[in-house]
Design a protein around this ligand. Structure first.
Ligand code: M6R
Length: 613
């Protein structure tokens, strides 16, 4: 978590840092700060709260500096407060640091530094690291870059750091392990950031640091990269494909609403070049490359967190049904710590929008070490999970900035649909006729999502009726059970209403005790083989005075007769239906959160990219 940004060049650093920090606020937003290097040394301004609060304390004269670093925080060590905010000075104020990650052995390092006379102004692990660097600078009499490299050899944990030094106005030293860091290379200027969005309007040339690399960024010497083992590396400069429009709100009130509305395009983009209807096929280069592995796999294990885990659950239904390969879906955080049995015949699929989720990254490192083939499904190109995987398929959803994941989920499901169909065909577990029928139907999905988005006004009315409830249940069966889980997650994370998702048939085993006239239940009741059973589940709730909001297919009769509200989505094959049934749930949650005055794009206590375990 946390966003870091830096600038070195001839422009004023401060406005670039502030704009960059606002773009990175999705990574954490409990405090923000900048360090600016000017004639008087390093000046730090930092404040609890969002970037906008920090802006109010920066005096105009300091905003002239042409070198600076900035940070927006999601607290790990130390509560959100002014003093725990980044940047942090070293004891002598000679150097300043920003840090995204966790130094796990900070306590023992701190103890050693304390014995050598260091005192600490904050509760953070980061302040320990900056003092360790200063200690090495002073006692080993080396350059800043060398001191950083030596210090990082003593550190256990994760970091993306940027360090600046008084009297060195032409350099920033950065390093990375386990947290993302990208360097933007402009004409006579450099940028650093957690992702490329802070500098995309200035340069599209970027260098992604690899694990355990330290870079000296100098206006005079250019870019010098070494591993922490002191091996010199050649910087690999790549051209970024992101456009500035894709990271702006484009007239929407919130990124979340923009991203919900982008789903016809993001699904289309994810299918582009893969779904070849005219040729009657699906082409997934990565699957073809690892065809033998997939054809002979004993099982597929899907590891992910949050919404991506829900996409994994949808995939379990798809892959088992269409390919007959057994699938297990695991919370990455649990998988990693239960000594799982993994063999070389296992395929482990990691699903992650950000590609940086620490639990998921650790899970695939473990599985890789045990010989499994790792397949990554990520949205962020060049992210750590994408690079750690042997092979993978990107979701082409475009930047997702709202903390609540929406278009990334449907893009992940889209990738899984193409994988399951393609694999099923290769394994002969789906007939050619069925394959052709499904790809034709899949081709219509972007259009059907567009139609489904027209349900916005209706979703808003339902939101108005239920915005004040304290609890809400979400039910679904089969492939729409994970959609119910996803609906509940969306509601709770952005509106702070307690919500639970259940398989509809599980109600009678406990949750039905919660039903009364104050408990609304959102039921996905589209036409599937479970339809009649879901109708019975709805009857059971109605018999106990519960309120029903049902997602049904156009022209539905049975549920419509008994539900309090219905939302009609177009009819599609059940296996493709999550791409449609998800949409009204996203819209209802969005409108409820707005009506409750919640900060939709940056819900409390959350961050978009969870890079701590
Ligand atoms: O970047 P990832 O897909 O790995 O993130 C996983 C979860 O942190 C994420 O889906 C989270 O649950 C979202 N807030 C859900 O909206």
């Amino acid at each position: 978590m946390c966003g870091i940004v830096g600038y070195l060049g001839s422009k004023k650093a401060y406005p670039i840092l502030v704009k960059g920090l606002k773009r990175l606020e999705y990574r954490g937003y409990d405090s923000a700060g900048v360090a600016l290097l000017n004639g008087n040394g390093i000046e730090i301004y930092k404040k609890e709260g969002k970037v906008v609060q920090m802006e109010s304390i920066v005096p105009a004269e300091d905003s002239l500096a042409t070198l600076g670093i900035g940070h927006t925080r999601w607290a790990t060590h130390g509560a959100p407060s002014d003093r725990n905010s980044h940047p942090h000075y070293s004891q002598s104020k000679r150097i300043a640091i920003i840090h995204n990650g966790i130094i796990e052995n900070y306590a023992s390092i701190k103890e050693g530094l304390s014995k050598r006379g260091y005192t600490f102004q904050s509760d953070t692990d980061t302040e320990v690291l900056v003092n360790l660097i200063e200690d090495i600078l002073i006692h080993a009499d080396v350059s800043l870059a060398e001191a950083v490299r030596v210090a990082l050899n003593q550190v256990v944990g994760a970091y993306a750091i940027a360090v600046i030094e008084e009297g060195n106005p032409d350099q920033i030293v950065v390093a990375k392990k386990g947290s993302p860091l990208v360097i933007g290379v402009g004409e006579g200027e450099y940028f650093i950031a957690s992702d490329a969005t802070p500098f995309i309007e200035y340069t599209k040339q970027a260098v992604y640091l690899n694990e355990e690399e330290v870079a000296l960024i100098s206006l005079e010497k250019g870019l010098e990269i070494r591993t922490i083992a002191n091996e010199l590396k050649r910087p690999y400069v790549q051209e970024l494909a992101i456009e500035i429009e894709s990271i702006e709100k484009g007239g929407y009130d919130h990124f979340m609403l923009k991203e919900i509305n982008e789903q016809p395009k993001s699904i289309f983009d994810t299918l582009r070049g893969r779904l070849l209807v005219n040729q009657g096929t699906i082409r997934l280069g990565s699957l073809d490359e690892y065809e033998q592995k997939f054809l002979t796999a004993d099982r597929i294990i899907i590891v992910a967190c949050g919404t991506s885990w829900h996409a994994g659950l949808v995939a379990e239904y798809l892959i088992e049904d269409l390919t007959r390969i057994p699938v297990e879906v695991e919370y990455a955080s649990e998988f990693r710590y239960r000594n799982p049995i993994i063999t070389e015949k296992d395929i482990v699929i990691a699903v992650s929008q950000s590609g940086e989720t620490a639990d998921t990254l650790s899970a695939i490192k473990l599985a890789k070490a045990k010989g499994a083939t790792i397949f990554g499904i990520c949205n962020v190109v060049g992210s750590s999970i994408a690079r750690e995987a042997h092979v993978g398929a990107y979701t082409h959803a475009g930047p997702e900035i709202g903390v609540a994941s929406t278009k990334a989920f449907t893009a992940q499901v889209t990738v899984f649909i193409t994988m399951a169909l393609s694999l099923g065909r290769k394994r002969g577990t789906i007939s050619e006729q069925e394959f052709r029928r499904l790809i034709l139907e899949l081709d219509t999905l972007p259009k059907k999502v567009e139609e489904t988005l027209k349900l916005d006004a209706q979703s808003k009315k339902i939101a108005a009726a239920y915005k004040d409830v304290p609890n809400c249940l979400f039910l679904g069966r089969g492939i729409n059970f994970p959609v119910a889980l996803e609906g509940a997650l969306k509601l709770k994370e952005i509106s702070y209403i307690h919500a639970e998702g259940y398989p509809a048939a599980e109600m009678k085993h406990g949750p039905i005790a919660l039903i009364d006239e104050d408990m609304p239940t959102v039921v996905i009741a589209t036409k599937t083989e479970h339809y009649e059973k879901v109708v019975s589940n709805i009857q059971e709730i109605k018999a106990r005075d519960g309120k029903i909001i049902a997602i049904v297919n156009e022209g539905d009769v049975d549920v419509t007769r008994i539900a309090d509200h219905v939302i009609e989505v177009p009819e599609v094959d059940e296996r493709l239906s999550p791409l449609l049934t998800t949409i009204p749930l996203q819209l209802i949650s969005y409108h409820i959160a707005v009506m409750r005055g919640c900060h939709v794009d940056q819900p409390r206590n959350l961050a978009k990219s969870v890079t701590v375990e």
